[in-house]
Design a binder for this molecule. Structure first.
Ligand SMILES: Nc1nc2c(c(=O)[nH]1)N[C@H]1C(S)=C(S)[C@@H](COP(=O)(O)OP(=O)(O)OC[C@H]3O[C@@H](n4cnc5c(=O)[nH]c(N)nc54)[C@H](O)[C@@H]3O)O[C@H]1N2
Ligand SMILES: Nc1nc2c(c(=O)[nH]1)N[C@H]1C(S)=C(S)[C@@H](COP(=O)(O)OP(=O)(O)OC[C@H]3O[C@@H](n4cnc5c(=O)[nH]c(N)nc54)[C@H](O)[C@@H]3O)O[C@H]1N2
Ligand code: SF4
Ligand SMILES: [Mo]
Length: 709
């Protein structure tokens, strides 16, 4: 008998609805679920092939422990005892903060919430953070500064086709969320203008009315320059500024110092193009600016987001129907994962861990004394960088759940060395990821279709991923793992392995906070197509559109950010004359831990590459497919050349999905944004040369070419 279950994709934040068909003894199949409004049945190749990883042959089936240097199979009892003993010993020697926790934005709300609680209550450590710090932290910070609240999109995707002019900054949905392209296509069909800002002419940029191709790291100057032109053009909305904002004076002064010719020099975009964009955006009655990782993953990402928000505010394009600033989140639960306490400075409901009232509320739900809750801990890169540091400054034991930093963290060779220096590295994963290979204890986790849990999608819509198949033998869920470990650490009460029980507790913990889930229940989600937060009560309809009446600041007004241009932390010079920027390809997901194990995806995008312009290739005397050595101050990577005139002549691009010789993050700069602590993944300085006779580790020479999936 075949059973079908409606659920959602295991990968990105679009959380496309899909249906799984499972039958005894047969392969589980992904089939269309046309009813879910966000993707209306459409899936990208990753979603279509997602069931491949349910096959026990492609994933972990038993705990592993390291013995005499090698990982060997172990029972759950042996593995968990080793973890509990190890963490207890580290705490006894160095204090509670010496055990760290690193989570992920792909974890369900239930897992992320319980992980935050586990860190603060069972381990008593301040040091918990997660990979979302590498993802949306700059937009989160920018949103909170300007609007007093951080929900990536303050409106549903269905509003996009109804705006008149949309600027899409550093986002490539044609590869990173293909079913969402429909919204941009419909915008143009409705007569709207799509402007794309990207140093590469991506498949997304090809669909735009206008494509601006700035220097990596120059988005802040670009936004300031556009505001300058809006002011010069007389298209600022003074009525809106007066009624609904504060701080325009300073923002105006900063913009005035960014006249078009100066901005042309800083961005590489001709002044006339700037004028055209400013006219189109300024004169449109409604407009949106959407950013993704391009402008955000910079050491000035928060200010850059602030500058784009300033542009929206100055032209009255915020807090109104079909207008506003939004950030396109990335991971499956990039939104919910950042709301309920995985972040170093945060408690559930998007509360601050330093706020006495918040501590009191959450401590009451958790049944602990507020004074026992730790304060803010280290941000993701700072945490990874502190692993194994001598004595009490260091974190000596780490529980890692839902991330693969050996591939995805900046300056990854150093991070790998730090991970190796730990007394105890514990990794929960469904596969033996590159980081799990370094672990002392590996715990095989259930995933996606094997368990039920909520996710908060790109729109702020809380949806339910329902269990469709049984958990394989030997594998356990992360909620169970936390409960068992807590018990072994002597804090048995208050940890659950039933997701709905955990969600009900999350609702109470989030009640009254900004990300208020109190009125959301599994039954309500099942009865509709999800519920948008905030939703403070069961009879509250949820909130698809924010800020229409007031912003979430104390006075209800949006705040202009006082920002001015500054260069990237590392600009090209004589020794490292080119820009390197990094990003994604369609068929691979993140560190590739999952998608590299799916044949259909891996054959489409089998390995790393370096994208460079034909003029640069000629100057370097390299041909298509030839191995290039890319060197930065952090290290050297080797990958084949992919020559294309879609990229600037002064910039090379590498996707970051692979470990080994072609690992892009060997090169990247861990310079952090001072507010968000986002590393500068999108800009660093490199030297590029033919790898020639250089020793090339196995695997690096595979072609990067592949067919679209
Ligand atoms: N196929 C696939 N899809 C994914 C993912 C994946 O790994 N693979 N990951 C998911 C996640 S977690 C995320 S965060 C999203 C990310 O989604 P996106 O932000 O769309 O992805 P990126 O490729 O990182 O960056 C987008 C674009 O920024 C451009 N860019 C580089 N430097 C700059 C710059 O300085 N300024 C500007 N304006 N643009 C710049 C790049 O050329 C790139 O085309 O994708 C999600 N979807
Ligand atoms: N150079 C460069 N580096 C980047 C970026 C970039 O643009 N350029 N982008 C950054 C961004 S935006 C992101 S989001 C990060 C992402 O990078 P990572 O944090 O490494 O993300 P993933 O590769 O998705 O790793 C998730 C891991 O968790 C496992 N997993 C999945 N579901 C579960 C679960 O339910 N439980 C458990 N225990 N494990 C699970 C997967 O198998 C996988 O090994 O990379 C960042 N790094
Ligand atoms: S766009 Fe994202 S959510 Fe949709 S099928 Fe592809 S990876 Fe899955
Ligand atoms: Mo991300």
């Amino acid at each position: 008998m075949t059973t079908t279950t409606d659920t959602h994709c295991p990968y990105c934040s679009l959380q496309c609805g899909m249906r799984l068909a499972a039958a005894d003894g047969a392969e589980t199949l992904v089939v269309e679920r046309p009813g879910f409004p966000v993707n209306r049945g459409a899936l990208c190749g990753k979603g279509r092939s997602a069931a491949a990883l349910l096959d026990p042959a492609s994933r972990l089936g038993t705990p592993l422990v390291r013995e005499r240097g090698e990982l060997r199979a172990a029972t759950w009892d042996e593995a968990l005892s080793r973890v509990a003993r190890g963490f207890a010993a580290i705490r006894a020697e160095y204090g509670a903060d010496a055990v760290g926790v690193f989570g992920g934005g792909g974890l369900t709300n239930e897992k992320a919430y319980q992980l935050g609680k586990f860190a603060r209550v069972a381990l008593g450590t301040a040091n918990i953070d997660y990979n979302g710090r590498f993802c949306m932290s700059s937009a989160a910070a920018g949103n909170r500064i300007a609007f007093g609240l951080d929900r990536g999109l303050p409106f549903p995707l269905e509003d996009i086709p109804r705006t008149e002019c949309l600027i899409l900054v550093g986002s490539n949905p044609a590869e990173t969320m293909p079913p969402a392209l429909r919204y941009f296509r419909e915008l143009r069909e409705n007569g709207g203008t799509l402007i794309v800002v990207d140093p590469r002419r991506t498949r997304t940029a090809e669909q735009a009315d206008l494509h601006l191709q700035p220097l990596p790291g120059s988005d802040l100057a670009l936004a300031l320059g556009l505001l300058h032109l809006l002011i010069a053009d007389g298209t600022v909305d003074t009525g809106f500024i007066e009624a609904r904002t504060t701080g325009f004076g300073q923002a105006r002064a900063a913009a005035m110092a960014h006249w078009p010719e100066r901005v042309e020099r800083l961005t590489g975009i001709a002044a006339d193009r700037l004028r055209e964009v400013a006219h189109r955006f300024g004169r449109a009655r409604t407009g949106m600016v959407l950013t993704a990782r391009g402008p955000e993953q910079q050491s000035k990402g928060t200010d850059t987001v602030g500058a784009w928000i300033n542009l929206c505010l100055a032209s009255g394009k915020a807090g109104r129907l079909y207008s506003g600033y939004g950030c396109l989140t990335g991971q499956g639960n990039g939104q919910g994962g950042r709301e309920h306490g995985q972040k170093a400075d945060q408690l559930p409901g998007y509360r601050s861990i330093e706020d006495p009232a918040a501590r009191e509320h959450v401590a009451r739900v958790w049944g602990v004394d507020p004074d026992t809750l730790p304060r803010s801990g280290r941000s993701a890169y700072e945490l990874l960088d502190s692993l194994g540091a001598p004595g009490e400054d260091g974190v000596h034991g780490l529980l890692l759940m839902g991330s693969n930093p050996a591939v995805s963290a900046p300056r990854a060779a150093r991070v790998t060395q730090r991970l190796r220096s730990l007394d105890l590295l514990v990794v929960s994963d469904l596969v033996l990821s590159d980081t799990a290979q370094l672990a002392d204890v590996v715990l095989p986790s259930a995933q996606w279709a094997e368990e039920t849990g909520t996710m908060t999608s790109i729109e702020g819509r809380v949806i339910l991923r329902q269990q469709a198949v049984d958990v394989p033998d030997g594998v356990r869920g992360d909620l169970w793992l936390m409960r068992e470990l807590a018990e072994r650490l002597g804090v048995g009460r208050g940890f659950h392995d039933d997701p709905e029980t955990v969600f009900d507790e999350l609702r109470r913990a989030s009640a009254g906070g900004q990300a208020d889930y109190a009125g959301i229940s599994y039954d309500r989600i099942r009865a509709g197509d999800g519920v948008f937060w905030p939703c403070p009560a069961e009879d509250h309809p949820g909130t698809p559109r924010l800020f229409l009446d007031a912003f979430a600041t104390p006075d209800g007004r949006a705040r202009f950010a006082p920002v001015t241009h500054r260069p990237a932390a590392e600009e090209p010079d004589a020794a490292y004359p080119l820009y390197l920027t990094t990003g994604r390809v369609l068929a691979q997901y993140q560190s590739g831990a999952q998608t590299r194990r799916v044949e259909a995806l891996n054959s489409a995008a089998p390995g790393p590459f370096v994208e460079l312009h034909p003029l640069l290739a000629r100057r370097l005397a390299v041909a298509e497919g030839e191995l290039l050595a890319v060197t930065s101050r952090r290290g050297r990577a080797v990958a084949p050349a992919r020559i294309t005139d879609a990229i600037r002549t002064d910039t090379v691009f590498m996707p970051f999905h692979w470990p080994g010789a072609g690992r892009a993050n060997t090169l990247t700069n861990p310079a952090l944004d001072p507010t968000s602590k986002m590393p500068e993944f999108k800009v660093c300085a490199v030297r590029v040369e033919a790898a020639g006779a250089a020793v090339v580790p196995a695997g690096a020479a595979r072609s990067g070419q592949g067919e679209p999936v």
